[in-house]
Design a protein around this ligand. Structure first.
Ligand code: FAD
Length: 378
């Protein structure tokens, strides 16, 4: 049976300087609207992404040959933690920088790497994740979108759903069935699909706050060159589940409501309310613990280990934390009092969107099943 070991993290010597660099950039170019600063890793601002690219803060750990900066995983951690805590609008490049770029570098052929990776590091190419389909969410092995070979080309037909950022993305990494008649995990592959390819169409899904963050994506006779295949034909299941480890392990899984916590701290300073002080203390202590756990996962990733179990536990605990913050703030704060407009609008926004925090990247039930398996319980 595996156990969760949280280790002390050896932060890089230049961590303080990196934090200053990010803070200065956010102060000058970051989002001003407090509501848009909450859950900011879904808020797309292509101009801000390009500024991060100019500052060398995208593709930080990737090889210089492909436009990267060959910095450490922990230096990258410091940067993304600062960006998230400040509520910077990082949504445009988030998926490309977190998982599509690493996947392309690990599995992509030379043409795919040259076409997409340098552009990601400049903040000029954004990506979306093509896993979920109608009736294939938690049960991902039932995907039906299919690609067949026609001479030198793939011909792709089908539909994806809940595709975050498809409307601002330049390419999708899609999990599709490439072996006709195959079932479940067999016969799946990953294809890199340019979003401007003829036959790709994107239909917005508007969420209950009125925002357009995710979409339906349709493929109608989309013709792709043979080299659109990412990795090995038929290995799509193994590749996609490895991708999910990258998707689940970052600090975004507990920092989505951090902007509200910081607003609460600001508010508590002006009130003489022991209940608010106690809430700040509780949330700070939990944030501290989650941060240690999350950074410990990053340190293991940096050493080339695969802390999939620990990452999944951090996602589950982190989602509970970021969902609890708006509920606790709502219960503790008197919104009828003066000067609570900002706190209230951020809190009410998060009350509406936070139920989705434990759906995206795998639902709570699925995540709990993975943890149980990792602990040898099933
Ligand atoms: C904000 C947001 C962004 C997203 N972005 C993307 C994206 O960019 N790309 C992408 O591909 N997908 C994306 N998704 C989709 C997300 O991955 C799915 O919603 C999720 O995997 C659940 O799938 P589903 O919606 O089909 O629900 P279902 O799989 O139908 O699940 C419904 C309920 O049943 C439970 N359930 C299902 N199976 C089991 C089981 N075996 N045991 C116990 N309980 C079970 C689930 O936990 C859930 O509570 C996003 C979702 C959200 C909310």
């Amino acid at each position: 049976m595996q156990t969760f070991v949280t280790e002390a993290v050896d932060w890089p010597d230049n961590a303080a300087a990196l934090r200053e660099q990010v803070r200065a950039l956010v102060a000058e170019h970051g989002e001003r609207d407090p509501v848009r600063r909450a859950n900011s890793w879904t808020k797309a601002d292509p101009e801000f992404s390009r500024r991060l690219g100019d500052a060398g803060l995208l593709g930080m750990t990737w090889p210089k040959e492909y436009g990267g900066h060959e910095r450490s995983q922990l230096e990258r951690y410091v940067v993304i933690e600062e960006l998230l805590a400040a509520g910077a609008p990082v949504g445009a490049h988030w998926i490309a920088d977190r998982q599509s770029g690493p996947l392309l570098l690990r599995l992509g052929n030379e043409e795919l790497k040259r076409r997409w990776v340098p552009a990601i590091t400049r903040g000029e190419a954004f990506a979306c994740i093509g896993l979920s389909e109608p009736n294939s969410g938690s049960d991902l092995a039932s995907v039906r979108t299919a690609a067949r070979r026609d001479g030198d080309e793939w011909v792709l037909d089908g539909q994806k759903v809940w595709t975050t950022g498809a409307h601002v993305s330049h390419f999708m990494i899609a999990l599709v069935r490439t072996e006709a008649g195959s079932e479940r995990q067999q016969g799946l592959s990953q294809l890199v699909v340019p979003m401007d390819a003829p036959g790709v169409s994107v239909k917005p899904i508007i969420d209950l706050t009125g925002a357009h963050e995710f979409n339906e994506v349709f493929f109608d006779n989309v013709r792709l060159p043979a080299n659109a295949l990412l990795g090995v034909e038929g290995e799509g299941w193994r590749q996609a589940t490895a991708e999910l480890s990258l998707e689940r392990s970052g600090p975004e899984r507990y920092l989505s409501s951090m902007v509200l916590f910081l607003e609460l701290v600001r508010h508590a300073r002006t009130e003489n309310d022991p209940a608010l002080v106690a809430l700040v203390g509780r949330l700070a202590a939990e944030a501290w613990t989650l941060r240690l756990m999350s950074a410990s996962v990053a340190a293991k990733l940096a050493r080339g280990e695969d802390p999939a179990l620990e990452a999944t536990i951090v996602k589950d605990l982190g989602n509970s934390y970021e969902q609890a913050i708006p509920q606790l703030v709502q219960a503790a704060v008197d919104f009828g009092a003066a000067d609570t407009e900002v706190l209230r609008s951020v809190c009410f926004y998060l009350l509406q969107v936070s139920p989705s925090f434990s759906l995206r990247g795998g639902t709570r039930e699925i995540v709990k099943g993975i943890i149980a398996r990792g602990l040898g319980l099933r």
